[in-house]
Design a protein around this ligand. Structure first.
Ligand code: GLV
Ligand code: MG
Length: 327
């Protein structure tokens, strides 16, 4: 079985292979972004599904991807297109394809199906390296089954959050593609007198803090991925103009354990690369802790803070990630 890529992909950059202008830019991006993903699913009109497949086959054949991986997102397993997507791509560019992203995964049975189909197509086409599978977590049922999905096949490379579909399936009341919502907030208490009554009524200024709508989902996804040794990713941030909100959302995901994200526009690539790489000062600090901890046992004081085996392990996560990204 092909090794799961040990170098985490910080940016999975989506392109539309049916869009000739966009497709023409792909060869020049090879080597500059961790993953180039030819999208066949949502955002590609039904009339363009065949052209998208065709475009991706051409790009796959003609492009030297260098250090970039080539992924595709196929159509949903209950769609009329997915069988042709997989058959055509594996047969014609299976040796170039690193990962197939499968949308709207509901449970282990979906990955079993893709796994067997890929095995048959790879055997038929003589593809030597097994193609890996990445699931999008974007249904309530998929969410409930996330642990079994992560562990169901050695082909599993990772999981991404699909916040738009997941919001719809869960009947959340947002119309955005990822990111926060100004209505999802907490408000500080109203000022109270000693006897517990509000002194200023409704006029009292109170602070509000916007919360991360995706905190629970990302944390649960990260746990499931960590348990099975695969990679967790944030998904799309649809407001291309909001680079600040995008960076905040990516950073929240990074701090919670995600290794990367999708990028829908070139300006999100720079944000993803920066945010999903540990900051040099954090790596420096982590190295000092590793050095100070010597054989790793006991506890030491560094800059007034207690360090022990647990903080050493956190620091090693940071140092190893920096080393992998430098490879
Ligand atoms: C992505 O596919 C999403 O639904 O957010
Ligand atoms: Mg989706």
């Amino acid at each position: 079985m092909r090794e799961i890529p040990s170098r985490p992909s910080r940016a999975i950059h989506f392109f539309d292979p049916s869009n000739a202008k966009m497709a023409a830019k792909v060869p020049a991006m090879a080597g500059t972004v961790d993953v180039l993903l030819g999208n066949l699913e949502d955002a590609i009109k039904a009339d363009n599904k065949e052209a998208a497949r065709e475009g991706l086959v051409t790009i796959g054949r003609e492009t030297d991807f260098g250090t970039s991986q080539l992924w595709t997102r196929v159509n949903a397993l209950d769609s009329p297109w997915v069988l042709d997507d997989l058959t055509r791509l594996v047969t014609e560019i299976g040796d170039k394809l690193d990962v197939v992203m499968v949308p709207k995964v509901q449970g282990a049975e979906d990955i079993h199906y893709v796994d067997r189909l890929l095995a048959q197509l790879e055997a038929k086409a003589g593809v030597q390296r097994p193609i890996l599978v990445h699931a999008i977590l974007e249904t309530a049922r998929g969410m409930a089954n996330v642990e079994e999905i992560c562990g169901v096949s050695p082909r599993m490379q990772g999981i991404s959050l699909g916040p738009a579909d997941l919001a719809a399936d869960r009947r959340m009341k947002t119309t955005r593609v990822g990111g926060g919502h100004p209505g999802y907030l907490v408000r500080s208490d109203a000022a109270k007198t000693d006897d517990g009554y509000d002194v200023h009524g409704e006029q009292t200024p109170r602070s509000t803090y916007q919360q991360d709508l995706w905190h629970y989902t990302i944390a649960r996804m990260v746990d499931a991925c960590a348990m099975h040794g695969i990679f967790p990713y944030y998904g799309p941030y649809g407001d291309i103009t909001d680079v600040v909100g995008c960076e905040d959302q990516f950073r929240n995901a990074f701090l919670l354990g995600c290794v990367g994200t999708w990028t829908l526009h070139p300006k999100q690539i720079e944000i993803a690369k920066r945010v999903f790489s540990p900051a040099p000062e954090d790596v420096e600090h982590a190295k000092r802790v590793v050095e100070a901890m010597g054989d790793g046992t006991g506890a030491v004081m560094l800059d007034g803070k207690m360090e022990d085996d647990a903080s050493l392990k956190q620091c090693l996560v940071m140092v190893r990630l920096a080393e992998q990204l430098a490879e």
